[in-house]
Design a protein around this ligand. Structure first.
Ligand code: PLP
Length: 435
């Protein structure tokens, strides 16, 4: 145990120094493919090595090949934060090493999950009666929701907008369900006339609405989609993996109008609620359907307790990490006020960046900025925009990503790290202009 204490102190010091110094590191790994692998031994050691050797190689070999998602100048994809309470809770989680598959296999893990997920429900102002549990990613949450939809209508299809996340395509493939993409309007929101027509043509099992699409963070008209889905008897799944966290702030809740009619909803605290990856919340108002779809109890798993929840009955995995601990720690250590101020600051920074782009001749913002994502481009060819992105990312100072909208190459800057300041966003803008 004395080795453990020393190693734990060293690891803890490593983490503290990393978090203090991360902004000095190149945000995007500047290594060649295969470089890290070549620096690692081909075969495992025969004799035990000290943990300090692992820490040494983390610094020496691995760190150059890390793209620092926890860097204040990470602006790519959807930027995220592994906040300090979340990091510490992950350490405790590993020590407990709980498998929360059944209530009995760790009552506290199940009951804390129910409480923490319900706290988030309250923070997002979702209706009472939404049952929630934690999955690893939004891809799994969506797969679980669409499995429930298929359980009710086995021959049905899935309808989603052409801007829905690729996890819809993956789920459809895994579930063997046809997928139909619905056209979007100028704001990249699902078109209601096209949805109505598709609903008339067939008997869909599920309609998926997205609140905060991956490319542009567009918001599908949830209330109207809910009405059409209900008329067709289809399951309504809402993908709010990224933007759902923004509902902590009242001023964003327009985007959730109609959410009370959703059959299921996914929100990822690991995207914008300061929780280290992985933590995805799947809410449903029809938990009995998920349970029917997923509950398979072999003899050794039959629980004798009455009135308890076995969370394995609500999704694909049997073994379940104790993810609730980090979510609970984050909510407690930030509180509602702390979470709101992080989200508000990110939205302020995104709007500020968008205003600089708009004011500068030769640059344009190409999509509305409802949350913390700005889509923009330099006037000129796709090749020029691509070259700008490569030059900017090549500096190692910032990391941005891209998308394609209406056939044009578009740059994306997403604010989502808790360490990001106005200076960081300004530096990104300077680098873009220089490039
Ligand atoms: N849905 C949306 C809108 C997303 O933007 C993403 C990822 O960025 C996902 C789903 C998939 O998330 P995950 O990586 O948790 O599966």
């Amino acid at each position: 145990m004395s080795d453990f204490r020393d190693d734990a102190a060293a690891a803890s010091e490593w983490v503290a120094q990393y978090l203090e110094g991360v902004r000095e590191l190149p945000v995007l790994a500047q290594v060649e493919p295969g470089q890290i692998r070549a620096a690692l031994p081909d075969s495992p050691p025969d004799r035990p090595e000290p943990f300090s050797a692992v820490l040494d190689d983390l610094d020496r070999i691995l760190l150059p090949g890390i793209t620092h998602w926890n860097h204040p100048r990470f602006f790519a994809y959807f930027a995220i934060s592994g906040s300090e309470p979340g990091i510490l809770a992950e350490y405790l989680t590993a020590a407990l090493n709980v498998n929360a598959m059944l209530w009995r296999t760790s009552p506290a893990a199940t009951e804390l999950e129910e409480v923490a997920v319900d706290w988030v429900r309250q923070l997002l102002d979702l209706p009472e009666g939404f049952h929630g549990h934690i999955e690893d990613t939004a891809s799994t949450s969506t797969l679980a929701a669409l499995t429930a939809a298929r359980h009710l209508r086995p021959d049905g299809s899935i309808l989603c907008s052409e801007h829905a996340h690729s996890s819809m395509d993956k789920s459809a493939r895994l579930l063997g369900m046809p997928l139909r993409k619905i056209a979007t309007d100028g704001g990249r929101r699902m078109r209601m006339d096209s949805l109505a027509e598709a609903l008339r043509d067939g008997k869909p099992a599920a309609v998926v609405a997205t609140v905060g699409t991956t490319s542009t963070s567009a918001v599908d008209p949830l209330a109207e989609i809910a009405a059409l889905a209900a008329e067709a008897g289809a399951w309504l799944h809402v993908d709010a993996a990224y933007a759902g966290s923004a509902m902590v702030c009242e001023e964003n809740r327009w985007a959730f109008t109609g959410v009370e009619r959703a059959d299921s909803l996914v929100v990822n605290p690991h995207k914008w609620l300061l929780t280290p990856i992985d933590c995805s919340l799947l809410y449903t108002r029809r938990s009995e359907v998920l349970r029917e779809a997923f509950s398979i109890a072999p003899v050794y798993l039959r629980a004798s307790e009455e009135g308890v929840t076995n969370l394995t009955d609500y999704g694909p995995a049997l073994g379940r990490r104790f993810r609730a601990l980090k979510l609970w720690a984050v909510i407690r250590c930030y509180g509602r006020d702390g979470l709101q101020s992080v989200i508000r600051e990110h939205q302020r920074l995104a709007r500020l960046f968008a205003s600089w782009v708009e004011e500068t001749p030769g640059w344009e913002v190409v999509a509305p900025v409802p949350f913390s994502l700005v889509c923009f481009r330099r006037e000129g060819s796709d090749e020029e925009n691509e070259a700008i992105l490569e030059r900017v990312n090549g500096t190692g100072e910032v990391f941005l990503s891209n998308t394609v909208l209406d056939g044009r190459y578009v740059l994306r800057l997403a604010v989502g790290n808790h360490g990001t300041t106005e200076d960081d966003v300004r530096r990104a803008w300077e680098l873009l202009q220089e490039a």
